[in-house]
Design a protein around this ligand. Sequence first.
Ligand code: IMP
Length: 182
Amino acid sequence: MPISNEKEIQQPKILIPEIKLQSRITELAYEINHDYRGREVTAICILKGSFIFFSDVIRQFEFPMTCEFLGVSSYGNKMVSSGEVKITLDINEPLENRHVIVFEDIVDTGLTLSYIMNSLRARKPASLKSCSLLLKPECLKTEIDVDYLGFKIGKEFVVGYGIDFAGKFRGLRHIGYIEHGH
Ligand code: IMP
């Protein structure tokens, strides 16, 4: 019998099934393809949580593109945002005069994306837009425009499709949720 002192984490319940995720991502890619036709884009993946969303959406793009990866950490192992954003992996390529789109997994308080957008704006891109798979409108603590949005959700803590809780559940094919207190 396996022995574990760890408090068991409940299995996530389904919030957004795989089929709904994939069809919304195709719609987002269609919209982005339309807006960026004929331009060359720098697509930025915010690590770690966006890596699956990013790989699914960028494979549907029809314009020339380079990919960059920006590592940020804002939650630690907690379920509540600290508001503190730590850069864990920076972009070394110049962004000046580039058409930049930032891909985020989820906007909760908005503090992380707002910090990222401000620091990227300082690198003088020709244009800068954001795309987030998920947004929790009831949790926003700052005014923020998400240019391309997958789904608005409630206050639930979500996992799966790249998004973790304490490092777990990133491999789920759907978006699930786990209840607070676990
Ligand atoms: P914000 O700064 O509060 O908007 O938080 C944004 C970041 O917190 C996201 O990029 C996620 O990494 C993480 N996050 C926010 N909500 C959740 C959630 O429900 N589950 C897992 N991570 C989350």
